[in-house]
Design a protein around this ligand. Structure first.
Ligand code: AMP
Ligand code: ZN
Ligand code: FE
Ligand code: FE
Length: 289
């Protein structure tokens, strides 16, 4: 029987709407045998999610999704880390740095919205985030609740997205530092949803991914809700050419997005590949010691 996994999930620890401890039950219902929690720039949900996975009997993979610098005004660069040790000091330092950037950006977005005669406050946004780092989806939800927009998507189109009037650039981590921190924490670094790089053409995409490979990138996320079937094929071939592992997941955010947990039907083999790569790395480091 084919077994499926979901290696890209968000919880209330970042901008998802399900508690980290509630995800495993949804995964079980979707028939999955393993999940990775990959909240943006934080690992605080790991403990609760791991405990619930253990109770239910599915495998937990400790993950993270770091926002890194795209290097151009268009598109975004997200690097997934798998099997990371959340107590690693290098990773903890990087998380502290990026959360500082989020703390600076949130009041600037609220100010821009206020200038546009949208009456929301930072306190309302903080309450929506419920103690998590503030992400734009939290602000989008406040806009929706107060009737300024019809949906989260609408909030991004009209106010918060890259070309919208209340967009504020966030200082992001250089990609080499994101990859380094994931490796320092014993993990594997995977480029998330390559479609969101918004590369100009195939050559531009290849150059961008090659640069990440030179910095130590281990894999490419090929299965993702934003990828067409043709793109999945394109990214699979690119990964093969560059000797990268391939992964996938739903990028489930609960009510903050419309995509269902487990919906990408990612075969278990992708997780096996990550396991094998880590085991090989452990053997090499044992031999060199
Ligand atoms: P932030 O990390 O705070 O800059 O927010 C980025 C997050 O907002 C992404 O990871 C997505 O989860 C979400 N997002 C970005 N664009 C959209 C959109 N057009 N509709 C809904 N959610 C979006
Ligand atoms: Zn998100
Ligand atoms: Fe992402
Ligand atoms: Fe994500």
């Amino acid at each position: 029987m084919l077994q499926y996994v979901d290696l890209h999930l968000h919880s209330t620890a970042s901008d998802g709407t399900d508690a980290p401890g509630a995800l495993p039950a949804l995964a079980e219902r979707a028939g999955l045998c393993a999940i990775a929690l990959t909240d943006h720039d934080t690992t605080v949900g790991h403990e609760a999610c791991a405990a619930a996975c253990e109770r239910i009997g599915i495998r937990f993979v400790p993950g993270i999704e770091l926002s890194a610098e795209r290097g151009q005004p268009r598109g975004s660069m997200h690097i997934l880390g798998y099997f990371i040790d959340p107590t690693d000091p290098t990773l903890a330092g990087v998380i502290e740095e990026v959360s500082g950037a989020r703390r600076e950006r949130a009041p600037q977005i609220v100010e821009k919205l206020n200038d546009l005669r949208v009456a929301i406050t930072l306190e309302e946004v903080e309450a929506q985030a419920g103690g998590a780092f503030i992400g734009r989806p939290h602000i989008a939800e406040v806009l929706r609740q107060k009737g300024y927009v019809k949906s989260i998507k609408d909030a991004f189109t009209r106010y918060l997205g890259q070309n919208a009037p209340a967009y504020v650039r966030k200082d992001n981590l250089p990609t080499e530092r994101a990859i380094e921190a994931i490796h320092a924490a014993g993990g594997l670094a995977v480029l998330a949803h390559p479609v969101q790089l918004r590369s100009e053409d195939e050559q531009d995409l290849q150059q961008t991914v090659q640069r990440l490979v030179d910095q130590g990138l281990d894999g490419l996320e090929i299965h993702h809700a934003d990828h067409t079937a043709a793109q999945v094929q394109q990214y699979r071939q690119l990964a093969h050419r560059l000797d990268l592992l391939t992964t996938g997941g739903s990028d489930y955010h609960g009510l903050a997005k419309t995509i269902a947990l487990g919906s990408q039907r990612v075969p278990h083999e992708h997780l096996d590949q990550l396991d094998q790569r880590l085991q090989r790395a452990a053997q090499v480091s044992k031999r060199s010691r």
